[in-house]
Every structure is written in structure tokens, then in C-alpha cells.
Design a protein around this ligand. Structure first.
Ligand SMILES: CC(C)(COP(=O)(O)OP(=O)(O)OC[C@H]1O[C@@H](n2cnc3c(N)ncnc32)[C@H](O)[C@@H]1OP(=O)(O)O)[C@@H](O)C(=O)NCCC(=O)NCCS
Length: 142
């Protein structure tokens, strides 16, 4: 399989919305959300196989490193367990920044992925998610 990472373009939006719908019980990202932030896509043999959306939350200064937040990551079901999310995350982690993310407490697959890359849980936010209501685990790259 040939894999390519590149910034998303407006042509990718239908594929991004399809992967979002296939990946979450309550898909709530709209086209404009993907356009507003930094969205990278993974293309596998020419097909959009997954995406990662992030944003800078602090630009950094002489006293503190920049901070970034990973807002959304998903890989189309037929492309999972091929290292695509790992590749997207490793690309994001090249930014010289402190990285944060939130994940549903029940999402063991995503938490395993994040731990493998060096994220650790630093806080819990009860009732953070809706539909269904659930605790968020806040993770930071250490
Ligand atoms: C979570 C998700 C992005 C992982 O994508 P992926 O491309 O399959 O992940 P990778 O192949 O890079 O997996 C890397 C490691 O993560 C862990 N992992 C990934 N999926 C897993 C699963 N279903 N169960 C347990 N561990 C899992 C494993 O340790 C895996 O390494 P291994 O395959 O060598 O065992 C994908 O399952 C997905 O899109 N899920 C639905 C959307 C979602 O939950 N996004 C995260 C929101 S916070």
C-alpha cells in the first residue's frame, strides 16, 4: 500500500465527512470544522483513508513552548490497524509543541494508540461528552 500525507483540500470534504460518519456514533463535525483547523489527510493507494485535525492553542514565547491540541483523528474502517493513525500522529508530533487531546473514557482503541505514542492521562472531565454522556480523559504528550 502506498501512503501519502498531505494537507486537506476542499475536494476532500466529502471523504472526510464519510469517514467521520463511519467512525463515530454521534458524528458532529461539519465541513466547515475541517476547513477551520489544520487538517491532514492520509491517502492510501489514492483513496482518502484517514485524517487528523489539530490547532495551535498557544504560539509559545521566550518562557514557554507552543501548545497544540489534537481535535479529531479517524481512519476509515477498512484501513484500520495498518499504522495510518500512527503515521498521522507522528507527523503532527513533529511540531515543537506541548500536545494535548481529549478522548472518551470508553475509547480503549484510541487510548492505546495515544499511549503508544507517549501520551499520558493528566485529567478527567466528567460528563464532558454528550450523546452519550461520558467522561473525557485529557491526555498530554510527555
Ligand atoms: C482509533 C483509530 C484512529 C486508530 O486508527 P488506526 O489507523 O487503526 O491505528 P494504528 O493502526 O496506527 O494503531 C496503532 C496502535 O493503536 C492501538 N490500537 C489501534 N486500534 C486498536 C483497537 N481497535 N484495539 C486496541 N488497540 C488498538 C494498537 O496498539 C495499535 O498497534 P498494533 O496495531 O500494532 O497493535 C481508529 O480505530 C478510528 O478511526 N476509530 C474511530 C474514531 C476514533 O475513535 N477516533 C479517536 C477519537 S479521540
Amino acid at each position: 500500500m502506498s501512503l501519502l500525507l498531505r494537507p486537506a483540500t476542499p475536494h476532500d470534504l466529502p471523504a472526510l465527512l464519510r469517514i467521520e460518519a463511519e467512525s463515530f456514533a454521534d458524528p458532529n463535525w461539519r465541513a466547515e470544522d475541517f476547513s477551520r483547523y489544520d487538517t491532514m489527510v492520509a491517502e492510501a493507494d489514492g483513496q482518502i483513508a484517514g485524517f487528523l485535525v489539530s490547532r495551535q492553542t498557544f504560539s509559545g514565547n521566550g518562557e514557554g513552548l507552543a501548545e497544540r491540541e489534537i481535535l479529531n483523528v479517524a481512519v476509515a474502517p477498512s484501513f484500520r490497524r495498518n499504522g495510518i493513525a500512527t503515521l498521522l500522529l507522528k507527523h503532527e508530533l513533529q511540531f515543537d509543541a506541548v500536545h494535548f487531546l481529549e478522548v472518551r473514557e470508553s475509547n480503549a482503541a484510541a487510548q492505546a494508540l495515544y499511549r503508544k505514542l507517549g501520551f499520558v492521562a493528566i485529567a478527567r472531565r466528567p460528563k464532558y461528552y454528550e450523546r452519550p454522556e461520558e467522561t473525557a480523559i485529557v491526555m498530554q504528550l510527555k
